[in-house]
Design a protein around this ligand. Structure first.
Ligand code: NCD
Ligand code: ZN
Length: 364
């Protein structure tokens, strides 16, 4: 057994479900799951109920977060055709804008060009635009990045045709970046059949050839590993209208370390994909005095029983890993050790920091 030290990880795609989905996850439980997975900064998605597409909803979520988060959290603002007038007012409290071009959980969707143009014209240039874009929608996003000469980040890219198009766009020098999830790297459509609704998410699990393409591009085209931690209860997953989405905060690092052990990527590349690149791309602050201690060479089988997330299950149950997060230190404080989350609610920092004038407690 050896112990290695990694930087605190940054996960730029999680669903913490506040407001409206607190029975699935909340700020305190989701950030506890993050720390258990070695993640010290998370960005939370705006497809809540109501969505974070008005200043009122975003500010209310920020207030709730300030007293509840155990690691650092930033919120995405959500683009919506009815709410384009709010975009400038949303920006100060959000780390980035999320535009949903394709169908997934929740009502946020942008399917018309006037709204897309308004987003690119109104959203401040110093803040990133991230997109849920599948198949030819990726070309739409690349076209907008070129037309407005500003960066676009593609969420959870999952297919060969998409990653190859992004590689072509990067070759042309276009300002595009992308993330890939562990579930799209470690599971495929055969697992979807085995797992039933527990293996259903957007984008759906790909073919073995799609998965091979993602691995081929892990060394260069792919910028980040992001979990798309999307907790739903097992009762919902087993119900008549099962929502898409799977949790992933606690398993992401362990699975990726397995790939390092198997010689599929270097530890240095893992650190770039899971810590340095996400911080650089989204302009997230460094966290001095922060690190993650991981034990390697300790085989374990992933199971629902150990899940910290409120949802209480993992699509990777039954898979073997050989690493374990031993301790997480955030700004000099031990926040996780040997299965126990020690960080109290409210000890994390909210991003971006708006200071005391915004009336938000919990910020330092
Ligand atoms: C996400 C969710 O549950 O909010 N579901 C999913 O299947 N990925 C939404 C999303 O990220 O598309
Ligand atoms: Zn998502």
């Amino acid at each position: 057994m050896t112990t290695i030290t990694l930087p605190g990880l940054a996960d730029v795609h999680t669903h913490l479900r506040v407001p409206g989905g607190e029975h699935k996850e909340d700020f305190a439980t989701g950030t506890a799951a993050a720390l258990a997975g070695g993640v010290t900064t998370v960005l939370a998605m705006p497809n809540t109920t109501p969505p974070l597409s008005t200043p009122e909803a975003l500010n209310a979520a920020r207030s709730t977060a300030a007293g509840a988060i155990r690691c650092d959290v930033g919120l995405f603002a959500g683009a919506s055709p009815e709410r384009v007038d709010h975009l400038e007012a949303l920006a100060p409290g959000a780390v980035a804008l999320k535009i949903y071009l394709n169908d997934t959980f929740g009502p946020l969707r942008v399917e018309d060009l006037p709204t897309l143009r308004a987003c690119f014209r109104r959203w401040p240039r110093e803040k990133l635009i991230a997109m849920h874009a599948e198949r030819q929608s990726v070309a739409v996003g690349i076209g907008l990045a070129a037309a407005y000469s500003r960066p676009v980040h593609f969420c959870h890219i999952s297919r060969r045709e998409e990653i190859e198009l992004i590689a072509d766009a990067k070759m042309q020098g276009l300002p595009v970046t992308c993330e890939v999830t562990p579930h799209h790297l470690f599971l495929d459509e055969r697992d979807a059949r085995r797992l039933g609704t527990r293996g259903d998410m957007r984008p759906v699990l790909g073919s073995p050839d799609d998965v091979a393409a993602l691995w081929e591009h892990l060394g260069e085209t792919i910028d980040c590993i992001a979990t798309d931690h999307a907790p739903h209860t097992l009762a919902e997953k087993a119900g008549s209208n099962p929502p898409p989405g799977v949790p992933g905060l606690e398993t992401s690092l362990l699975l990726m370390l397995g790939a390092v052990e198997a010689g599929r990527l270097s530890l240095e590349r893992l650190e770039a994909l899971m810590a340095h690149n996400p911080r650089r791309i989204f302009g997230l602050p460094e966290q001095p005095g922060t690190h993650v201690e991981v034990e390697l060479g300790v085989p374990a089988t992933l199971s629902d029983a150990e899940v910290v997330s409120k949802c209480g299950w993992t699509p990777f149950a039954g898979m073997t890993v050989s690493a374990r997060v031993r301790r997480v230190v955030l700004r000099g404080q031990v926040v996780y050790q040997d299965g126990r989350v020690c960080a109290p609610p409210g000890s994390g920092r909210l991003l971006p920091s708006l200071g005391r004038d915004a009336g938000e407690s919990g910020e330092q």
